[in-house]
Design a protein around this ligand. Structure first.
Ligand code: B12
Length: 262
């Protein structure tokens, strides 16, 4: 088991399913949860690249590599295949992002990191610049963490957030710039101003960039992220395969136009 998980992700841990069963997120993928789920194998995939990749970038750091979903799914799927072979009497289902598992909470309980005031999981080695994914199984595995733990609450993310979206460790989604860059339709003048001033047409890294626990975060060794990096979204013709492609051309074009208006 350990060998399979080590080959899949540099950081992993076990969260007993009972610890999150009352906090599941309602989504279509929920129907894929094994009926008798007992353990969640949480995994973290670091994505921070060398500084040079972010020079003149106009998209948030998580969207500089190619869309992480297929990359993480490929790794999780390979692991699940091996686990099913090794434990034929048990069930294994993998998820990432589009998941009923509250991933930050589960990864914290698995001992992979602490929860920041910005609501993100912060790991010791890679800071918060990690994607989360998981394998939910009927196997009973010993938990690797303990209590939910919080960050040092220095308040820098709360102060720096352009939309004042951070309150007591919760994000007011409507005010979060990352959410606003995804929002369809007409934006308010205030929302447009936030996008223009951020210099970012997709996502937002402000609450992560100011976090002292992210100082000196290690860079990713995952070649699928390193080799697919593109720092800018210049036009809607080049969005295929990128993290923002799912949102469609209209929203991306609107955001690019907002930057160009300046
Ligand atoms: C919806 C969503 C969003 C929404 C809303 C985010 C939000 N924080 O509510 C929007 C679009 C704004 C968003 C933005 C981003 N997201 Co997002 N998002 C999700 C998604 C799909 C669900 C989140 C959710 O609803 N959680 C469940 C609810 C129930 O959480 P909650 O009630 O708020 O619980 C929190 C608090 O109560 C608190 N808490 C509870 N108990 C305790 C106890 C203690 C002691 C403490 C301290 C705190 C605490 O921590 C909980 C966990 O955050 C997850 C994937 C997933 N399936 O989990 C990704 C996910 C959280 N997002 C991710 C990322 C990368 C981002 C962005 C950084 C992308 C970007 N650069 O723009 C931003 C960050 C914005 C921010 N500061 O949150 C990653 C985070 C990785 C990490 N290191 O934590 C995830 C895990 C996706 C993934 N698979 O990698 N996201």
């Amino acid at each position: 088991m350990k060998k399979i998980l080590d080959e899949t992700a540099p950081l992993w841990g076990i969260c007993p399913f009972s610890e999150i069963k009352d906090n599941l997120i309602d989504c279509r993928a929920k129907s894929r949860l094994p009926l008798n789920a007992r353990s969640v194998i949480m995994m973290a995939f670091p994505y921070l690249l060398d500084d040079e990749y972010y020079k003149d970038s106009n998209i948030s750091k998580y969207s500089v590599p190619a869309d992480y979903h297929p990359i993480v799914y490929a790794r999780l799927s390979a692991a699940v295949e091996k686990l099913r072979e090794k434990y034929p009497g048990d069930e294994f289902e993998f998820f990432a992002d589009n998941s009923p598992v509250p991933e930050v909470r589960a990864a914290c309980i698995a001992g992979i990191g602490t929860i920041g005031s910005n609501s993100l999981l912060i790991t010791e080695k890679y800071g918060s610049f990690v994607f989360l994914g998981e394998i939910v199984t009927t196997l009973v595995l010993a938990g690797t963490g303990g209590e939910l733990t919080g960050c040092i609450h220095c308040g820098r993310c709360t102060e720096a957030c352009p939309g004042n979206a951070i309150r007591d460790g919760k994000i007011d989604k409507e005010k979060c710039l990352s959410y606003i860059t995804q929002k369809k339709g007409e934006l308010t003048e205030e929302e447009k101003k936030m996008i223009r001033e951020s210099g970012c047409i997709w996502g937002c890294d402000i609450c992560q960039n100011v976090c002292p626990l992210n100082k000196g975060a290690s860079k990713t060794a995952i070649t699928e992220f390193r080799e697919t990096a593109v720092a800018r979204a210049e036009d809607v013709n080049s969005i295929e395969g990128r993290a923002f492609a799912w949102r469609g051309e209209k929203v991306i074009k609107r955001n690019i136009d907002l930057q160009e208006e300046q």
